[in-house]
Design a protein around this ligand. Sequence first.
Ligand SMILES: [Zn+2]
Length: 332
Amino acid sequence: MANRIKNWITKISSFRNSPRNHAVDTITIHCVVGQMGVESLCSHFQVANCSCNWAIGFDGRVAEIVPEGDRSWCSSSPANDHRAVTIECASDAFYPYAINANVWNTLIGLCADICQRHNIKELKWMGDKGLIGQVGLQNMTAHRWFANKSCPGDYIYNRLGQIAKEVNQKLGGAPAVPFKAYQGQVNATDGLNCRTSPANGTVLKAYPDGTVLTITQENGGWGYTGEGWVCLDYINKIASAKDPAEKEESIMEGKQFKKLFDEMRQQWHDNDASKYSKEARQWAVDSGLVVGGSAEEFNGMWEDLMTREQLVTVLYRFAKMMGAVPTSDSSK
Ligand SMILES: [Zn+2]
């Protein structure tokens, strides 16, 4: 019984094999290419010579088309459909075949429900057709892998990882995989306390603003740094740092850039031809940005290169890219 799904209707299709010959260990999500309601979906699968275990209408309501104990005719692969619960989702009839928020929310709940009832600890998506059947590594599949079709459409296909993530959050508890250490940067002007234990532990030290830390454990919004615990509210996670050293450098540059930019803006504002400005001019000459001439001649030359307005535009874009322009979004 689908315990997260309320008010689902049942209209069993004859296009099925009873019972399925393999335990459920996979989920396959499809798009129906049309913003259909559940009643239309039920009628469709009575005559279409195909079926699915579940269908989700545009309003988020659910229809049971083939009982989960049976194999649906859905993914152009008997082997897949014998082990997968298949779900058809009402979608746009045009590229990228988007599903609306009602369907999305129901889909997440339904997938979590399926996982719980079939003892699937976690949904795993790698986007790798080569992993079909290796459910320990990937337990979601796509119709396009089995037939020359675009199903489930790029909207869903490109979000299968996000769907897995949201389902896994609903499943709650510790993920089946061990915790993956990650890097994060301290974002606290006055520094960040490192404590012997989360929340109330004794303060061991304070990490300066901008310090890059490796978090090796998490516990209730606190992260372990190898030395002690820090509040993760003040850690900016560095996403998918493939080369930690390189990533560390680039993010430090970002933080440093903001400080330099603030200084430079002040100097420009004060119209102060300081050593810093001289260095910048020399750099422009040395790096070939200005051909020939010396740093001293730069002042006369640079106006030929671009107007001050253009320069401001370039700097503004760069500053924005580096995170040195405060966002107007007050919620951040
Ligand atoms: Zn399909």
